[in-house]
Design a protein around this ligand. Structure first.
Ligand SMILES: C[S@@+](CC[C@H](N)C(=O)[O-])C[C@H]1O[C@@H](n2cnc3c(N)ncnc32)[C@H](O)[C@@H]1O
Length: 426
């Protein structure tokens, strides 16, 4: 099989596979760039990623524009034709590429591709009509995400907050980092929260000063809060459950803790090990299923960053809008419940568990912990108070939890996290 040498065709093929299989976008991009893309265009990878991220972020709006421009909507069977037009629209609207060059190139691509051969005229007509009419999406904010997600956010946060969440979730996020070596931080990073720094225009991450030296790692500002809520853990043993790719473990170690990582996925452990090697941090790593693993001793500090729907990270992973379904939340809730029971079992009396998820869904966060507190008399909630954590004040809820929402951090937003602190009484 010959390798792909045209970046637009690479984007098109990846879009076809994404829409067809609903697998994570990063996995499909990795697969293409490892085995299907010719060396001479491998340097276009970040451009491809950008185009397809916008494609995912704006998919409902792009389709709304396309539907306004076609009398008879393009048949769902012709997904490849639709994807050509969607990508061309991203190029015209977001990348502001020269209009007729974009149209002509996509028409040429269609003429030369077997399954598109008869659709060159349609692609040409739709794109020219778009330019002539200056068509814009007429979707409401609520219609920019799937109905089930809107219903869930509306129920939990109310109309105004839900709209704020959507708008902040659909903006490309800045680069946030956490550091091992604060003195050596690049001056272009601005401190935004305790131990979290931000850069707006980053370029290639591995070319930023200090990355190769392992002085810092990429971590959303919201993801730094759970470890910081422990307080002083210097020289203390901390059990980090569900560790990979290791962001919170690195932070715990940078805070001076002795960390034991438990993670089920071998593939994710190897990514995590690369992170630890680069930052020169050395925790104990155990590849195990928490559901049947037993520690040799109990811990005073346990962090459980449970698998979840990750709807708080749509800013960075806009493919989630199209991959996740309502039923996934139900599955997550059952697993999180078992993991929470296990985590409590690993605690010493007087020990502290931090339970967090990067989800905006009530049932994976507040709902999960409220049910746990009702059913387990050995534990109690440590109410998180704004006065104890003034820098996180705006995220502290009236119920004593931390709930970051994507629009609550000025100057670039923040991932949505739920964070709770639980005390083991006996
Ligand atoms: C949200 S991610 C953790 C992110 C990580 N704490 C960090 O800060 O980089 C959840 C992780 O839990 C792991 N996991 C899921 N079920 C597990 C289980 N039963 N036992 C151990 N790890 C599990 C997944 O493989 C995944 O890597």
């Amino acid at each position: 099989m010959s390798l792909l040498t045209d970046q637009r065709i690479v984007s098109l093929e990846i879009a076809n596979e994404f829409v067809g299989n609903k697998s994570p976008l990063n996995e499909i991009i990795d697969h293409f760039y490892n085995s299907k893309v010719a060396n001479e265009i491998k340097n276009k990878r970040s451009e491809t990623k950008y185009i397809l991220s916008v494609f995912c972020r704006r998919l409902f709006e792009l389709d709304n524009i396309i539907n306004q421009l076609t009398d008879r909507n393009i048949s769902p069977r012709n997904i490849m034709v639709r994807n050509c037009i969607r990508i061309a629209l991203v190029e015209l609207i977001d990348l502001k590429r020269p209009e007729y060059a974009v149209i002509n190139t996509w028409v040429e691509i269609a003429k030369n591709k077997k399954r598109l051969m008869h659709f060159g005229k349609l692609i040409n007509a739709v794109l020219r009509k778009f330019l002539k009419n200056n068509t814009v999406s007429n979707l409401t904010d609520a219609q920019k995400v799937p109905g089930w997600l809107w219903d869930s956010w509306l129920k939990t946060y109310g109309n105004d907050e839900a709209i704020n969440i959507i708008n902040a979730s659909l903006i490309e996020p800045p680069l946030d980092i956490s550091y091992v070596n604060q003195e050596r931080l690049n001056l272009n990073f601005k401190k935004i929260l305790p131990s979290s720094y931000r850069m707006h225009k980053s370029g290639k991450i591995n070319e930023i000063a200090g990355y190769k030296e392992g002085d810092w790692w990429v971590q959303d500002a919201g993801a730094t809060i759970p470890a910081n809520i422990f307080g002083d853990i210097k020289n203390k043993s901390v059990l980090d459950l569900c560790s990979a790719p290791g962001g919170k473990a690195m932070q715990l170690m940078a805070m001076g803790a002795n960390v034991t990582c438990i993670e089920i996925s071998k593939a994710r452990i190897s990514v995590m090990k690369e992170n630890f090697n680069r930052t020169n941090l050395n925790p104990e790593i155990i590849c195990a299923d928490i559901l049947n693993w037993e520690p040799k001793e109990k811990y005073d500090f346990v962090l459980l960053d449970a698998p979840c729907s990750a709807t708080g990270t749509i800013r960075k992973n806009p493919d989630l809008i199209h991959i996740k379904e309502k039923q996934d939340i139900t599955k997550n809730i059952s697993l999180q419940k078992i993991l929470l029971d296990r985590a409590i079992n690993f605690l010493n009396i007087n020990g502290i568990l931090i339970y967090c998820v990067c989800s905006l869904e009530y049932d994976e966060g507040e709902g999960q912990v409220e049910t746990l507190l009702k059913n387990n008399e050995t534990i109690e909630k440590v109410a998180i108070k704004a006065e104890d954590y003034p820098e996180y004040g705006k995220f502290v809820t009236s119920n004593g939890y931390i709930r970051t929402l994507p629009h609550l951090q000025i100057d670039g937003g923040i991932d949505g996290f739920f964070i709770s602190k639980i005390y083991k009484k006996f």
